[in-house]
Design a protein around this ligand. Structure first.
Ligand code: UDP
Length: 240
């Protein structure tokens, strides 16, 4: 374990949009490279990393099915496949940054990547490899936030780091309310009592029930995964 961080093993949740180009194109190689170098520094700091990447830069099942031409379960299958595409792109960038990364998908695609199973994932993490957990939970009607919390609980992670556009959880949306204040630390119950949106309801309920800490922060420079986990960048910790 690093001397500068309380975290031994962390699950980092990136939204699909975190991989996209400023003009919206779904993948942006310089952004992927910067994220991969950040994760490489986190690994070098002695922290084991599991990653969950969303698919919202490509497709979201709820949105596409709302148009009426496709049912929700099929739309969600497209979303889960999108997360596999993003994961393979991130795996490639991580390997280029000198980190051994393995994509493990909850949706079995044996000719493309490993199928997720808990014991092999733990084994990879113990060897200092990054596991990129693709395919969400493998089930429709869930999100990758729920997949992140589920896998973090299964893999005994110390926390889920949820990367957002802002550097933590605020009392109101800081984009619109100049009086909004950022919380450094909250309990799960305080977040519910203050009606703060930390994650979607199913994901947050699972985190609370599993007594899993959440860390909410920005991965946009000057912040980064490494800076948040070593306490050099601001973030909100949501704890049991
Ligand atoms: N998805 C799903 N089951 C899961 C995780 C994801 O069906 O367990 C689908 C769902 O359609 C979702 C899409 O994959 O909209 C992309 O995931 P998400 O919306 O969580 O991505 P993000 O917003 O984090 O980029």
């Amino acid at each position: 374990m690093s001397e500068t961080t309380p975290f031994r093993r962390v699950l980092v949740k990136l939204s699909g949009e975190a991989l996209a180009a400023p003009d919206g194109y779904w993948l942006h190689p310089p952004t992927l490279a910067a994220l991969a170098e950040d994760i490489a520094r986190t690994v070098a700091a002695g922290i084991q990393v599991a990653l969950v990447v969303g698919g919202g830069n490509v497709i979201r099942g709820a949105r596409v099915s709302a148009a009426g031409w496709i049912d929700r379960a099929t739309g969600d299958s497209l979303g889960m496949i999108a997360t596999v595409m993003n994961s393979l792109a991130l795996e490639t960038a991580l390997n280029a940054a000198g980190v051994t990364a393995r994509t493990m998908s909850a949706v079995s695609m044996p000719t493309i990547c490993e199928t997720y199973a808990r014991q092999p994932a733990l084994h990879h993490l113990d060897k200092g490899q990054v596991v990129v957990l693709a395919g969400g939970t493998g089930n429709p009607f869930f999100t990758t936030d729920t997949a992140a919390v589920l896998r973090a609980a299964e893999l005994r992670c110390d926390a889920v780091l949820k990367a957002t556009q802002v550097d933590g959880v605020y009392s109101a949306d800081p984009k619109y309310d100049p009086q909004a204040v950022r919380y450094d630390r909250l309990t799960h119950d305080e977040a519910i009592a203050r009606d703060l949106k930390v994650m979607d309801t199913a994901a947050f309920a699972l985190a609370r029930e599993s007594r899993l800490s959440l860390v909410v922060g920005s991965v946009h420079p000057p912040s980064s995964v490494t800076a948040i986990l070593t306490g050099e960048a601001p973030a909100t910790r949501v704890v049991p």
